[in-house]
Design a protein around this ligand. Structure first.
Ligand SMILES: Cc1ncc(COP(=O)(O)O)c(C=O)c1O
Length: 377
């Protein structure tokens, strides 16, 4: 089976370890185990629970306690609607593997996380892209989607909030997209691994799994809950779909690690404090980023409304890959070129961590821009 190289992951793998100022990261400032246990307020009790945890396979689809907590993140879901996976990446893979066959038609928003297009394509599906443009705030237009689907469309892939743009779809738009899917009987897989990381928590942003009888949402502990090292994610969808996905999963995954399951449970039980911490980081850092972009006359962007990344456009005459490579070679400042999303003259910046580190990275990019200007670019 052939599959396209995963642009953004290959870029990260090549440079990430040697980065001095890493502002390409997509997780909100990751927690240590100690910080997580402190946040729970039950450290000693939990340490005892960890010490006595028997390292068997545990509950094969994920523990009841964790699946109930995940179900509670949605409005109409129960334990049988949840399957625990090794991160959002495995959740996306399994959802697509369960649904898509050779010859199927799939429509996906673009730019997005490349799994959503690359995996269906590798299975032999015909993938049509629904382009997201800055003029439309990087939001998919339901009418444009209606023009791309047919009665053979098996699946529509969405991503909300969007990586790389930080765009956010609210209820009205999601309902309009669901209507289009329903009109042709297509499933929707919506990658929601950044769900909940909105700058304005009062916005109405339902999950696709709660909106549509053929809606499947994927989620993760990595970004919103700052625990990528756990490798815990999930699929949420109709119970019959979850049962089918589970029977596919038997071929790749027995269970997802009892310790990871337990620490994910602890995090979700402490989610109020954790989300408060993370939304504060995201809001503060987004403001630092906004001031910086506004102060640079040859940069512009659609301000992100959610997630951890922003897509910034530049007006300098060099490719995004050369831009990012030269920046990295200059002083170890690490960002992602738009070419990883087939959009040249764009850069993806991850902004969801300590504002001091973000400021340092942005100042270094500014110094690099002055050098480009001095060299006549
Ligand atoms: C949109 C999106 N989906 C899924 C993933 C995979 O994340 P994980 O497997 O850590 O949950 C990522 C990671 O960058 C992502 O940005």
């Amino acid at each position: 089976m052939k599959i396209r190289p995963f642009g953004v992951e290959e870029w990260m793998n090549t440079y990430e370890n040697d980065a001095v100022t890493n502002i390409a990261e997509t997780c909100v400032d990751s927690l240590t185990v100690e910080a997580l246990l402190d946040l729970s307020g039950r450290k000693e009790e939990l340490l005892e629970e960890i010490r006595s945890l028997r390292l068997s396979y545990g509950d094969i689809p994920g523990s009841d306690r964790l699946r109930d907590l995940v179900a509670d993140l949605y409005s109409g879901q129960r334990r049988e609607n949840v399957l625990i996976m090794n991160g959002g990446a495995a959740a996306n893979f399994l959802a697509l593997y369960t649904l898509v066959e050779a010859g199927d038609e799939v429509v996906s928003v673009w730019p997005t996380y490349q799994q959503l297009t690359g995996i269906p394509e590798s299975f032999g599906a015909k993938v049509t892209l629904l382009p997201l443009s800055p003029e439309e705030g990087f939001l998919p237009d339901p009418e444009a989607l209606a023009g791309l689907v047919t009665n053979r469309t098996r699946l529509i892939c969405l991503n909300n909030p969007n990586n790389p743009t930080g765009a956010l779809m609210e209820r009205d738009r999601l309902e309009a997209l669901v209507e289009v899917a329903r009109s042709v009987g297509a499933w929707i897989v919506c990658d929601e691994v950044y769900r909940g990381l909105v700058h304005d928590p009062a916005l109405d942003v339902p999950s696709v799994a709660d909106l549509y009888e053929k809606g499947i949402s994927t989620g993760s502990m990595s970004k919103v809950f700052s625990l990528a090292g756990l490798r815990v994610g999930w699929i949420v969808g109709p119970a019959s779909f979850i049962a089918r996905a589970f029977s596919h999963r038997d071929y790749t995954t027995i269970s997802c690690g009892r310790l990871d399951d337990l620490l994910a449970t602890v995090a979700l039980e402490s989610q109020e404090r954790l989300l408060e911490r993370n939304r504060t980081i995201v809001r503060r850092s987004a403001e630092v980023l906004r001031q910086w972009v506004e102060g640079e006359s040859r940069l512009d962007y659609v301000p992100p409304r959610a997630g951890t990344t922003a897509f910034v456009h530049y007006d300098y005459d060099l490719s995004s890959e050369e831009f990012c490579r030269r920046l990295f070679e200059r002083d170890g400042t690490f960002i992602v070129p738009g070419s990883c999303f087939d959009r040249d003259r764009w850069l993806r910046i991850g902004y969801a961590f300590d504002p001091a580190m973000l400021r340092q990275g942005l100042e270094r990019i500014s110094a690099f821009l002055r050098e480009l200007e001095d060299s006549g670019l």
